[in-house]
Design a protein around this ligand. Structure first.
Ligand code: FES
Length: 162
């Protein structure tokens, strides 16, 4: 598997905390999703082997928790908070703006492969709602106009990188 070396190091370290290897399933899934963006069949098999389980045991955990993605995401990951303070401040409109800017729908990869837009729960910055996390960067007070500006930046960066 093509995991980053630091992910593999973390995995080897995390496993030592679980004498019952099965209990390492959730942390390993989180680390792998953080690394590659989703949980593929190959990742499930890899984890099963690492934790001396059957792949079905890992798959059950993946399908139980809605935060695990089975499909790849775009190069940029736009997470819009939908918890009440952000929703009241226009988070749904913000999300809609990102969707229309990239001509995509929630949870899907835009046709150019550039973004995936998703709703998430509270990002712990409710005082500056609506809040959006793009990759690792938090954006505050993201109304539709700011969503347009951010979208333009992402498109410009994509063109530069192409
Ligand atoms: S409700 Fe959106 S950051 Fe807390």
């Amino acid at each position: 598997m093509n995991f980053k070396p630091e992910t593999l190091t973390r995995i080897d370290e995390v496993i030592t905390h679980y004498p019952d290897l099965r209990s390492g399933t959730l942390p390993l899934l989180h680390l792998i999703q953080e690394d590659v963006g989703h949980i593929s069949d190959e990742s499930i098999e890899w984890i099963a082997e690492k934790l001396e389980l059957e792949p079905i045991n890992v798959l059950e955990v993946v399908t139980f928790y809605p935060m695990f993605r089975r499909k790849p995401i775009g190069r940029r990951h736009i997470k819009v908070c939908r918890t009440l303070p952000c929703a009241l401040a226009g988070g749904y409109r913000t999300c809609g703006k990102f969707e229309s800017e990239f001509n995509t729908r929630l949870g899907e990869v835009s046709l150019d492969g550039e973004v995936t837009v998703e709703f998430v729960e509270c990002l712990a910055s409710c005082g500056t709602a609506p809040v959006v996390l793009i990759d690792e960067v938090l954006h505050e007070n993201v109304d539709e106009a700011k969503a347009k500006t951010i979208s333009d930046q992402i498109k410009a960066e994509a063109t530069k990188g192409a």
